[in-house]
Design a protein around this ligand. Structure first.
Ligand code: NAP
Length: 249
């Protein structure tokens, strides 16, 4: 079971996919894990909590729209009042609303920017004072290779992921002297619900753009995230680590 010396790890979008796999990776060190997710259907987050409990981890999940500053402020106040600290923040929640720019609505743009990018501000802003006070912390933001190279049909998504890269580097500079590491991980195409909706033909086209010739697994991303949060990576900050099978070099 966890004890009060275990790290407190908050993972947005931890109910499934990459976020769930990151949570399971932190279970190896018996971290105290808090998952934020938003779907009204609680079955994914319940499955994640069950998997963590089978590994002896007493985790919790909360239904919070991370694009709402007020909602995020409320949950972070609650977590900090109960645990007294947050050691690791993984900004992972994200959505896509893909369509060509000519067809993209203002609502498609706003939803993706708010959930993917504004959420990173909301969560980081609400955790940073406590990390500064405790003179340490790890923040990893999940970006995407398309934030660097672009992708037709993803103007909103690639802008949000490029924004995360700039945010990461700036905050890394602001808090480095306080012993806080802020990095981003940029996955390529990873096998999750997000990519499961792609037609097979499109997937085949994408695979041709991947030097390693296959989609990645959530574990590929989770290992990198976990390493960035370990002492082994304590001299790394403000970086964007690509986990994309070589799509970006
Ligand atoms: P996923 O399986 O669709 O999971 C997305 C997660 O985000 C879910 O836990 C979802 O929870 C949560 N979420 C969505 N909207 C939210 C909101 N408003 N508030 C709180 N939580 C919210 O996607 P994934 O593939 O694991 O993606 C995880 C991250 O990796 C995303 O940032 C994505 O952009 C990035 N990424 C993925 C790929 C890929 O190929 N899969 C590639 C590059 C980057 P609910 O369902 O409960 O709302």
């Amino acid at each position: 079971m966890n004890d009060s010396s275990s790290r407190v790890v908050v993972i947005t979008g931890g109910s499934k996919g990459i976020g769930r796999t990151i949570a399971l990776r932190f279970a190896h060190e018996k971290a105290r894990i808090v998952i934020l997710h938003y779907d009204v259907d609680e079955s994914a987050s319940e499955s994640t909590l069950k998997m963590l409990s089978q590994r002896g981890i007493g985790a919790e999940s909360h239904k919070v729209d991370v694009s709402s500053f007020a909602a995020v402020e409320g949950i972070f106040k609650d977590i900090l009042s109960r645990f007294q600290r947050i050691d690791v923040l993984i900004n992972n929640a994200g959505i896509t609303k893909d369509t060509l720019l000519m067809r993209m609505t203002e609502a498609d743009w706003d939803a993706v920017i708010n959930i993917n990018l504004k959420s990173v501000f909301n969560c980081t802003q609400n955790v940073i004072r406590s990390m500064v006070k405790q003179r340490g912390g790890k923040i990893v933001n999940i970006s995407s290779v398309v934030g660097q190279i672009g992708n037709a049909g993803q103007a909103n998504y690639s802008a949000s992921k490029a924004g995360i890269m700039g945010f990461t580097k700036t905050v890394a500079r602001e808090v480095a002297a306080r012993g806080i590491n802020v990095n981003a991980v940029a996955p390529g195409f990873i096998d999750t619900d997000m990519t499961a909706v792609l037609p097979e033909k499109i997937k085949e086209t994408f695979i041709q753009q991947i030097p390693l010739g296959r989609f990645g697994q959530p574990e590929d991303v989770a290992e990198t995230v976990y390493w960035l949060c370990s002492d082994a990576a304590s001299y790394i900050t403000g970086q964007v680590i690509h986990v994309s099978g070589g799509m970006y070099m």
